[in-house]
Design a binder for this molecule. Sequence first.
Ligand SMILES: *[C@@H]1O[C@H](CO)[C@@H](O)[C@H](O)[C@H]1NC(C)=O
Ligand SMILES: *[C@@H]1O[C@H](CO)[C@@H](O)[C@H](O)[C@H]1NC(C)=O
Ligand SMILES: *[C@@H]1O[C@H](CO)[C@@H](O)[C@H](O)[C@H]1NC(C)=O
Ligand SMILES: *[C@@H]1O[C@H](CO)[C@@H](O)[C@H](O)[C@H]1NC(C)=O
Ligand SMILES: *[C@@H]1O[C@H](CO)[C@@H](O)[C@H](O)[C@H]1NC(C)=O
Ligand SMILES: *[C@@H]1O[C@H](CO)[C@@H](O)[C@H](O)[C@H]1NC(C)=O
Ligand SMILES: [Zn+2]
Length: 791
Amino acid sequence: MLGEKNEDDGYKPINFSNLKSKHTAKTTSKNRFLKWALIAAITMYVVLFKLPLLLSFTSFINKTELPHDTSIDVSALLLNILKSSNYAGDWSKIYTAHPHLAGQGLDLVEFTQNKFAEYGLASWNETYEVYMNLPVENSLSLLEIPTSSDATKAGVRYLNSSEPRVVYEASLIEDPLKEDPTTIGDDLTPAFHGYSASGNVTAEYVYVNYGTKSDFKTLGELGVDFTDKICIVKYGSIFRGLKVKFAQEAGCSGVIIYSDPGDDYFKEADGYKPYPKGPARNPSSIQRGSVQFLSQVPGDPTTPGKPSVPGAKRTDPYKSIPKIPSLPMSFRSVLPILEKLNGHGIACSDIPDSTWCTSGGLSSFDYSTGPNPSYQLNLYNNQSYDIRPIYNVYGNLTGTGSQPGYILIGNHRDGWAGSASDPNSGSAVLLEVARALHEITLTTGWRPSRDIVFASWDGEEYGLLGSTEFGELHSKNLKGHCIAYLNVDVAVGGTKLNVQSSPSLNKLLRESMKSVTYEEADSETSLFDDFFSRNEKIGILGSGSDYTVFLEHLGIPSVDMGFTSGPEDPVYHYHSNYDSYHWMSTMQDPGFVYHNRLAQFLGASLVKLSERQVLNMYFEEYATEMIGYFEDLTSKIPISWLTYVPPKAEKTLAVLISETKEVFDGFHNYTITMDTRTDSLQFSADNPDSVPFWKRFGLKWRILGQNMKIQFFERLFIYKKGLTGRKWYKHIVYAAGKDTGYEGFAFPGLKEALDDQNVAEFYKWTKIIKKILNYKAKKADDEKMSSCHMA
Ligand SMILES: *[C@@H]1O[C@H](CO)[C@@H](O)[C@H](O)[C@H]1NC(C)=O
Ligand SMILES: *[C@@H]1O[C@H](CO)[C@@H](O)[C@H](O)[C@H]1NC(C)=O
Ligand SMILES: *[C@@H]1O[C@H](CO)[C@@H](O)[C@H](O)[C@H]1NC(C)=O
Ligand SMILES: *[C@@H]1O[C@H](CO)[C@@H](O)[C@H](O)[C@H]1NC(C)=O
Ligand SMILES: *[C@@H]1O[C@H](CO)[C@@H](O)[C@H](O)[C@H]1NC(C)=O
Ligand SMILES: *[C@@H]1O[C@H](CO)[C@@H](O)[C@H](O)[C@H]1NC(C)=O
Ligand SMILES: [Zn+2]
């Protein structure tokens, strides 16, 4: 399976039959002579230079193959199949029928595995044993603390009333809706956070806006004391786990995270009805989710960097999960609690960042920080922690073997509640792609040129568990043979396409966007037109889904895609019971049209990658983006840094930067050489007539060599020692933002040095970047010379 086989080299010889098939019909006697001459030449060449390869080549030829008609346009067939049939709604209904947290929903493991098998994939599952929590019990109560004057009064009237009194018990469940069957029942997922700590704390409480690092800093500077307080923050801006991390670091004893309607496009305050009657947020909706410290290290927190297989050595998890308890809440439930802060602590208008007042959507809360000494909260959170099994499912669409390596395409299966968007819109899309490819095989006998491996991950929601453990267990195989990873998580959470990618895949993605129509009424509009009317370019990856281990730990080019929520879309009830089949099929995607579009886009991208003889990846754009980021970051350093020279070094930072710019120039040249060669080799492969016969044999080997260079390009950016303070993240160009989690930043080493005002770190990372790029920049010269030789 993945991992154990083919560890030796994987450099399977290339299939000659593709090129030949176009020729045999036109063979003339002159050609016959040339053919013999060619065979003689090849034989000499091979015997002299390539004997070991010949042996593997022979064994390869002997393998039986399905008929392979290279003239079919696989992309067009795939788009036609998906345009004429759409089963996404059926898959959605099955996947969303009941909640399936990590490790649960074994019927869906079986369903997915069977479906893969039905679509001609060799399918299997894999179990990991991960440390994780399941909710036992929770409660949140508001206590009134009698002040001394109250107590005196009480002393007169009721001698027994000086104890704190519960004045409000918050509801921690979402309203059942008669219209939406998955919101009713006794199997609903309680409100809780993945990896939250158990605890029972009673304390005064404060409001800390989004709970970002700078929110805590701002209030700290204004004199707010967080020590032993319960800190209430709203969702948004950064990954929720980091809110809890910053709260813990600030001294808070517990955290409440609620969904503020101020961040929604459709608001009840503007006259819109809430779900299920309209597009606004249902006031009882609760966003569950993980509070792992994602940007430190994802995956099982007891096995960082190592797979959670039976018998794995486990370590203290608290570097990447919180020690203080937290609970998610709805705005309706938290409102009576927040209202008690009105007029207490620091007024939002006195906070330097003026959006504190205006970004909130609760009209009866004035967004003061508190605390109010007359009130406390009791937060009780009981979580059961254990080592539990999770299940990944895989399906291998075995290719013709004409090209080495495989493409991985995946989606997670586990969800918090109904999960129609997250992740099961992606699960439906994944099955649609598999179905369409299978139909092409059935009707034409086609097999992909490269293997395609489908993956259905478990445990993504808790902390990218299934994909991370997989990446850690099979790292050697993945680094040796995986060409790219295509991720789809929330395929449909809105109608606005969102694509983030390694820049080497941008060109391919733009081309496949052009092949998908966007508006029904106007078939002239493509996904491309819509995307680029809103975006200048394809974005960069951060974290928050299963591509993280592949790109940021292993250096495998990755893509993430999906339709996200825009201003015209109904409020997306992320991680709530209302992310349901009913919501999806009545409000967000009636007819599952966007599901279908994403299947087309993903499928077309996959085929563009699996079929071309020369891998469809380009690097000049990568270099240009990197140069832009480097210019931007270096333009932001304080002038005083320029003369900095670290101990034992000679160069100033200014000199180092200018040398690095020079190296970037050489690196840029190298990428141009690479791309030019890619295009010319692909042209030769497409037009073998244009290649003199004596070069045809060499062409195959040159394509093989070029594909190896393309396949391993991104690996260059993996720095073994990893980023400062979080060594699991090893990619020097892209990483999850240390203080944001979701949002990615380019050159994280430099970015963090700037954020922390640490010149030594800035110097260190400039040196690392220079050294890594110099390796290729030097190659550019060598290769220019060697290609001169060839010409
Ligand atoms: C897919 O299956 C083929 C045929 O069994 C095998 O050679 C190949 O190694 C498999 N690929 C992966 C990634 O498991
Ligand atoms: C995993 O695959 C095996 C073999 O096909 C099967 O017997 C087993 O039931 C599968 N596991 C689950 C959880 O479905
Ligand atoms: C105080 O004690 C009296 C008599 O035991 C009881 O009726 C009353 O409910 C108590 N009040 C409070 C606020 O606990
Ligand atoms: C939480 O702690 C308080 C004492 O601080 C105790 O009275 C209460 O019973 C505890 N709650 C639970 C559910 O254990
Ligand atoms: C959590 O619940 C379990 C099972 O009901 C109970 O045994 C345990 O004492 C509870 N833990 C806390 C911290 O209250
Ligand atoms: C990059 O290529 C340009 C144009 O060919 C050339 O002028 C420049 O010197 C090259 N840079 C490096 C560092 O090789
Ligand atoms: Zn997801």
